[in-house]
Structures are given as structure tokens and as C-alpha cells.
Design a protein around this ligand. Structure first.
Ligand code: ADP
Ligand code: TPW
Length: 591
């Protein structure tokens, strides 16, 4: 047992609230100090799931005017918190109970760190003394130790007077430099600890400049601009770090003033409208191997960019480098050279880096040679025409493309709507068919290609932006978080879920390889009526088989802003295994 339950009040500090010599001594407690510390730092919403020892914390958060969004599974609350962090640049908070609740939230914490999203997982924990002697407490687990390898930072607070410091450190760790997931361990014994209210108020910290600007060095800026100037076939790649940075106007100015073609990574779509004439998405497989100088802005050369080497980049073999020379703009000084040589690393926050580049470039940057931009335009036109042909087809049952032609129109007509997207084929086709017109409207499976972000992202997107949310989901992907349809209905969120239902993982027509009675591990109940799940909770469910029916259902969902689930029946033989990343599948390679 610690003896910190009641601490003598330190001398009143400036800013201590309601403390006068003659006033009766007022007490506060750990619950209240956690709430006050979060609110003091502008955190007004939490995503979580109550239970011992944080039930009262959730209640009192709500009583104190915070928005408490309560989920059916912590993983979904965690994903919601992570994407709230991405959208707002403030750490999204996920609140869970001890051991199992903590572990359920841990995947999302790792996801936040992997994706560079600021998030804080706050979990109640059991008594330290019992945990450390492994004496078998209720939900006993050494959570701090388990969180450390997947978190950017991890802290534990044992005494009420340290709550202010603990919350401040968690916030700074989450949002400064490369953002990430932070774990904050709050043992059950902390919450009821009482202390003098004035001393408590004085112990809180309003974090000043939580994510300080990181100004790049001038010689690094000059090196980057010089390399760009030397290019005959330059290319800019915008990643989700660029979307996160909220430097939209300067990024657009840089792209337009240099005239350099650009490729948006999945969650950077819409940073400039996908219909922009410099957007090279429809000529991706042409520009990557052909480019001579590539500038990465908030994008890592990970698997999503074939590690910057191999055939995708024009390398002679799967492992060899192409002829590209790279500029990399990133806040992490350790990112450069992770896979290939980066000749011009530009370390700093993207806002500062892009502003410095604009200044260095001045008004007279020679536009890229027209044989480069012309060749790209030609490829684009060819591919766009091919796509238009496919989209115009009206097969029965629907194909991914004929259904997504509708989604494309609806998203175009609602450019402020948030688009959530997961699945394999459902992801790849949506990414290439559905144009985004505004920044940070598309949120998806991210760096891990993770299934299960769907409903958590829907909830957070609706809560944070107040906008209509459209989710395009594979039927397998939806299953990972489908129970949160109840959460969506409970909070009355304007979410329209479209399930592209092809009866299974990737596709629905696979048979048991051994010929037995069990279904293949890749298929689900045929013609499952997912829309009834939404109806079960008072939302709208629609079963559609044609593009016209899909269009009507989506239009009505957006008009009414009611929680809606549209079960769109797709040809069960329509998908390919692993979507477009079949090459990463070991067995597919052997075939
Ligand atoms: P994508 O998946 O879209 O290619 P990644 O997640 O691989 O993007 O890369 C995002 C990169 O952006 C990370 O390397 C991260 O360090 C960087 N980053 C995140 N926020 C900022 C920022 N504000 N300024 C500069 N770089 C940032
Ligand atoms: C947490 C592996 C990648 S894609 C996918 C799985 C299970 C589902 C594909 O089927 P879906 O989409 O959603 O019906 P479609 O359009 O191709 O039919 N577990 C986790 N993450 C991943 N990525 C997987 C498993 C996977």
C-alpha cells in the first residue's frame, strides 16, 4: 500500500483555483485530475469501453462535459482514437479496462504508432504491488511492459499529484516529431486518491507548443531544390504525412509552381483534387520506373512503394535500384536511406519544409520538359478511357466496378463526405475508381493493410467532422467491426455503409481443397443479409442488386443522414486473391 492517499498541500502556486486562506479546504481526486488535465489540454472527446476500474472515470468525464463515445469492443474504440488523432493533430484518446480490455486496445495502439498517428491509450490497471509479485489480482497484467514495444512512449502514474505531468508527457510524446501511439497506465488505486483541490489544480500542465515546428536547415533546402532543378523527369509522391501536416495550400503551391507531376498515396488522395491535371495516378506504373528525380513528401519507401526498388522502379532485378535520385521530406531524421540512397533528405515538419522550398524556388522554376508531361498525359488518357469503358458496363450480378461507378458519382457530388475504405479488392478498386476532391477525406487500412478499422473510423470520422460518412467495405472486412453498427445507431451518426458482398474473403466461390463438408476457409454464408444488422438497431438496411438500386439507396442515406447499411450483391467470382498485392502471397509466387 502506498501512503499517498492524502498529501499535504504544497504552497499555493499562481493559477491555483479557488484557494483562499479562509475558505474551507476542498479536495479533489485522481478521477477529477485526469479529467481536468485532459480538458485543460483541449481534449474533449474520448473513445472507450467502461468496466473496472474506469467506469466512474467514464461517467465523470461525461458529467464534466466531455464527449464519451462508448464502443462494443476496445479495438474499434482504439482505431477511432487513432484516426481522430490523424484528422485533428490532437492525440485521440482510447480508454479501456485492465488486461483484456487493454490487450484489445493494444492492436490499435500499435496501428497508431505504425501509421504515425497521435493517440493515447489510457488503461486502468491492477495494483502494482500484486502485479509485481504476480499474486493474482483481478485482471492482473504488467501492462506497461507489454505496451512498450508497440508504443512510441509509455508512462505510469502512481500518485494523484503526478497526473498533470503524466498527461502532459503523454500528449507531447504523441504529437511531437513523428507522431505515434502512447500508453498511459493508470492503476485503480490512483483514481480515488484525494488531495487538496488547489494543489491539484496547481499540479496540472497546459502543454505549450506540443508539436514544435521543425525548421529545415537552409543547405538541406537548397540541396533538395537543386536536385529537383536538375531533373528531366521529376515526380512528387505525397503521403499521409503530408495530409496529416495540414499544409494544404503550400503543398498545392509547390506542386503547381514547379509543374511536377505527382502521385498521391492512398490517404493523401484529395490533398489536391484527384482530377488535377498534374495528378499521375492513372499512369502510376509508367511514372515510377521512368522518373529520374523523385521527391517523397510525408511518404515512406515501404512495401506500399515496393521499397523504392525492383521492377516497379525500373530496376533490373527484384532487388536492384532504379535510376531515380531521391529527395525525402520527413520529420523523422532516421527515415532517409531506409531502403535506397536518399541524396537530399529534408528533415523538418512538412509545413516548414514546403514553405522553405517555395521560398528557395522563387517565381521562376523551369517546368518539367513537355515530352515527360506529355507522355504521362497520353498514358493517363488511355487508362482513363479504359476505366470509363469498364465502369459503363452493367453486368448481372454487379461487378466491383459497376457498383463503384455509383460510389464514384455519389462521392463526387458530396466532396466533403468522409470515405472509409477496407477490404482487398474492395479497397484497391475503390482507391483507383473513386476520386477524392478535398484533403483528409479518405481514411483506410493504412500502413499495415489492416482489416477492422472500418466501423471505428466511421464513428470517429462522424464525431470529429460532423460530415456524412460513406464506408466502402468488403464483406470480410466489415465482419471485423460489424457490431459497432449498434454504436453508430446509438449515437445517431450519419454513416452509410456499403458492403460489396461477394460471399467471402477476396471472393466467394472457393471449395474445400480436401473435398470435405466444411466450407473453404475463405468463404462465408452465401447471400448473408448484413443489412438486417443495421435494422436490428433501428437503422436503415437495404439489399441491392443493381447500380440503380445502389444509387437510390445511397442518395436516400445521405439525404436522411440516418445510419444505413447497404448490402450490395457482387459477383462472387469477381475478386482476385489478395487484391492487387498477390505478389506478396508466398503460394501465389510459386504458382
Ligand atoms: P503513406 O503510407 O501515405 O506512404 P507513410 O505513413 O509511409 O505514408 O509516411 C508518413 C511519413 O510522414 C512518416 O515517415 C512520418 O515521419 C512523416 N510525417 C508525419 N507527420 C509529419 C509532419 N508533420 N511533417 C513531416 N513529416 C511527417
Ligand atoms: C487484421 C488479411 C486481407 S484482405 C482480407 C483479409 C482477411 C479480406 C478480404 O475480403 P473482403 O474484400 O474484405 O471481403 P474483397 O473485396 O477482396 O472480397 N486480418 C487482419 N488484417 C488483414 N489484412 C487480414 C487479416 C486480409
Amino acid at each position: 500500500m502506498n501512503d499517498h492517499a492524502v498529501k499535504p498541500a504544497p504552497a499555493p502556486a499562481t493559477g491555483a483555483a479557488h484557494h483562499g486562506a479562509s475558505a474551507p479546504a476542498q479536495e479533489t481526486d485522481g478521477f477529477q485530475l485526469v479529467i481536468d488535465a485532459l480538458k485543460l489540454n483541449g481534449i474533449d472527446t474520448i473513445y472507450g469501453l467502461p468496466g473496472i476500474p474506469i467506469t466512474d472515470l467514464a461517467r465523470r468525464m461525461q458529467k464534466n462535459g466531455m464527449r464519451v463515445i462508448s464502443f462494443r469492443h476496445e479495438q474499434n474504440a482504439g482505431y477511432a482514437a487513432s484516426i481522430a488523432g490523424f484528422l485533428t493533430q490532437k492525440p485521440g484518446i482510447c480508454l479501456t479496462v485492465s488486461a483484456p480490455g487493454f490487450l484489445n486496445g493494444l492492436t490499435a495502439l500499435a496501428h497508431a504508432t505504425t501509421n504515425c498517428f497521435p493517440m493515447i491509450l489510457i488503461s486502468g490497471s491492477s495494483e502494482r504491488e500484486v502485479v509485481d509479485l504476480q499474486q493474482g489480482d483481478y485482471e492482473e497484467m504488467d501492462q506497461l511492459a507489454i505496451a512498450k514495444p508497440v508504443a512510441k512512449a509509455a508512462f505510469r502514474v502512481l500518485h494523484a499529484e503526478d497526473i498533470g505531468v503524466g498527461v502532459a508527457r503523454a500528449i507531447r510524446a504523441a504529437v511531437s516529431g513523428r507522431p505515434g501511439g502512447v500508453y498511459l497506465d493508470l492503476p485503480a488505486k490512483l483514481f480515488p486518491q484525494a488531495m487538496d483541490a488547489a494543489a491539484g489544480a496547481a499540479s496540472l500542465i497546459k502543454v505549450v507548443d506540443a508539436a514544435p515546428k521543425q525548421i529545415p536547415a537552409h543547405d538541406a533546402v537548397k540541396r533538395a531544390v537543386d536536385l529537383l532543378r536538375s531533373a528531366k523527369k521529376p515526380l512528387i509522391i505525397l503521403g499521409k504525412g503530408a495530409a496529416y501536416a495540414q499544409a494544404d495550400a503550400d503543398i498545392r503551391a509547390l506542386v503547381e509552381r514547379t509543374g511536377i507531376p505527382y502521385l498521391p498515396m492512398s490517404m493523401a488522395k484529395g490533398l489536391l483534387p484527384d482530377t488535377h491535371e498534374q495528378c499521375a495516378s492513372a499512369a502510376r506504373s509508367f511514372v515510377l520506373p521512368e522518373a529520374d528525380v523523385v521527391m517523397l513528401v510525408g511518404a515512406r519507401l515501404n512495401w506500399l512503394l515496393s521499397q523504392g526498388k525492383g521492377k516497379t522502379w525500373g530496376g533490373a532485378t527484384a532487388k536492384s535500384w532504379g535510376r531515380q535520385r531521391f529527395v525525402q521530406v520527413d520529420i523523422s531524421p532516421q527515415e532517409a536511406d531506409s531502403n535506397v540512397r536518399i541524396e537530399a533528405p529534408l528533415v523538418g515538419d512538412i509545413g516548414s519544409c514546403v514553405a522553405a522550398m517555395l521560398k528557395e524556388i522563387g517565381p521562376d522554376f523551369a517546368k518539367p520538359p513537355s515530352d515527360w508531361t506529355g507522355a504521362i498525359a497520353e498514358r493517363k488518357a488511355k487508362n482513363v478511357a479504359k476505366m470509363a469503358e469498364t465502369l459503363a458496363k452493367n453486368p448481372s450480378p454487379m461487378s466491383f466496378q459497376s457498383a463503384l461507378g455509383v460510389v464514384r458519382d455519389i462521392v463526387k457530388a458530396n466532396p466533403d463526405a468522409m470515405l472509409v475504405n477496407e477490404g482487398a479488392n474492395a479497397l484497391d478498386f475503390t482507391r483507383s475508381i473513386v476520386d477524392m476532391m478535398k484533403p483528409r477525406r479518405r481514411i483506410d487500412v493504412g500502413t499495415w493493410g489492416i482489416m477492422g478499422i472500418g466501423m471505428g473510423y466511421c464513428v470517429a470520422a462522424a464525431v470529429v467532422t460532423g460530415q456524412q460518412v460513406i464506408a466502402v467495405e468488403g464483406d470480410s472486412a466489415f465482419g471485423f467491426s460489424g457490431m459497432e453498427t449498434e454504436t453508430i445507431c446509438r449515437y445517431g451518426l450519419p454513416v452509410c455503409i456499403v458492403i460489396l458482398n461477394n460471399n467471402g474473403v477476396y471472393r466467394g466461390d472457393e471449395k474445400n481443397a480436401g473435398g470435405g463438408a466444411d466450407p473453404s476457409p475463405l468463404v462465408f454464408v452465401k447471400d448473408a443479409r448484413y443489412e438486417k444488422m443495421m435494422e436490428a438497431f433501428g437503422g436503415v438496411g437495404v439489399h441491392v442488386k443493381t447500380p440503380d438500386e445502389l444509387r437510390r439507396a445511397m442518395e436516400e442515406a445521405i439525404r436522411s443522414r440516418r445510419p444505413t447499411l447497404i448490402n450490395a450483391v457482387i459477383d462472387e467470382g469477381g475478386g482476385t486473391e489478395s487484391g492487387r498485392i498477390t505478389n506478396l502471397n508466398p503460394t501465389a509466387k510459386k504458382k
